[in-house]
Design a protein around this ligand. Structure first.
Ligand SMILES: C[S@@+](CC[C@H](N)C(=O)[O-])C[C@H]1O[C@@H](n2cnc3c(N)ncnc32)[C@H](O)[C@@H]1O
Length: 228
């Protein structure tokens, strides 16, 4: 294979990559050395959303949902891909309070502008790392517009761990990192993946948020904050 063949086999479209990955997505969570972190996060998420009406962005296959939604009052999952939501729907969940709908995370329209939001909490797992640097502030602002004043927001994502994370193959002029990932069908995909720091998140959120709590585990970070 020549270099140009190999370059053209790298697909740039992130949403299609996740649709194609739907049935193998959760394999990443089976890595034995990540289990202690995962169990801790599952417990923590369950507590955070207890008694809450939650809007989840980029739900995917709903990996965190059984734990995170267990004590929530209602849970609205959203994603751009039907393929991943089909996996989420196949899980054993309380569908009297959990529902899903297709929605573009960059064009959330669950709440009519000017009307009261039913959501007093929001969750996005492994999503913020895929938001390009130049869209981060706008994405956060439009998420916040979907939520009630004082709502709690929780972001969860990967830390970059040398030797364990997929290496960053290149960095663009805006500072976005890109990984080259392979699926079991042999396809290769270039996926934007950022690893923001606590300081970067604080700077992005200083106008809208209070009570920021940043947590670093071995393989993941979490950020909890309250809207002003
Ligand atoms: C890394 S997965 C995260 C899934 C899940 N939140 C988790 O923690 O496992 C990223 C998800 O983003 C979804 N996605 C990609 N582009 C999107 C967009 N523009 N709007 C909404 N979801 C999108 C993909 O379908 C995929 O399910």
């Amino acid at each position: 294979m020549t270099n140009s063949d190999s370059d053209s086999s790298i697909k740039l479209q992130m949403p299609r990559y996740y649709a194609q990955r739907a049935h193998e997505y959760e394999e990443i969570f089976a890595r034995p050395h990540r289990q202690a972190d995962i169990a801790r996060i599952q417990r923590w998420l369950g507590e955070q959303f207890s008694g809450r009406h939650v809007l989840e962005v980029a739900t995917g296959t709903g990996y965190w949902l059984p734990a995170a939604s267990a004590q929530a009052l209602s849970w609205q999952g959203t994603d751009i891909n039907t393929e991943v939501l089909a996996v989420a729907r196949s899980k054993s969940l309380d569908f009297s309070k959990v529902s899903f709908r297709l929605a573009d995370a960059y064009a959330l329209d669950l709440v009519v502008p000017g009307s009261a939001s039913p959501f007093d909490a929001a969750f996005a797992g492994h999503w913020f790392s895929h938001v390009p640097v130049h869209r981060q502030a706008a994405w956060l602002a439009q998420l916040h517009r979907q939520l009630a004043p004082g709502a709690t927001v929780i972001l969860l994502d990967n830390r970059y761990v040398e030797g364990d994370s997929t290496p960053i193959a290149r960095v663009d002029a805006d500072g976005n990192g890109y990984q080259v990932r392979s699926l079991s069908d042999g396809s290769r995909h270039e996926v934007l993946k950022n690893f923001p720091t606590r300081e970067q998140m604080q700077a992005l959120l200083q106008a809208d948020a209070q009570a920021l709590e940043w947590q670093e585990l071995d393989y993941f970070w979490t950020l909890k904050y309250r809207l002003r």
